[in-house]
Design a protein around this ligand. Sequence first.
Ligand SMILES: [Zn+2]
Ligand SMILES: [Zn+2]
Length: 126
Amino acid sequence: MIDGGCFCGAVRFRIEGALKGAQACHCSRCRKAFSGASSAYAEIADGSEFRWITGENELCTYTSAQGWGLAFCRTCGSTLCGIFDGKVHGVTLGTVDGDPGVQIEMHTFVGSRAPWDHIGGGRSSV
Ligand SMILES: [Zn+2]
Ligand SMILES: [Zn+2]
């Protein structure tokens, strides 16, 4: 079971099952959509079930011309999930509580990354 929610706590979700295909996409659209260096996103694994626990009516959605969408909390702005064909397709890893059971497998559109995006490099602090 994987639980998650938004920054302000109004919206909570639960996945009975697992995630798969964790990716970080560094394209310019994902930077805007995820407000960061990249997306950090994983799909709901086949046979797993996603549901909103609380706050579903607090969600706002954005749908692109290509048909995919994002749902975010209207109060705090956390982007919670990706929507495809009207269904939740996956979740943003940053909104998952604890260990989502997957790690980023692939960085995509690295050639389009922001000038300030230094993947895996630079100094870190604990
Ligand atoms: Zn919120
Ligand atoms: Zn992207």
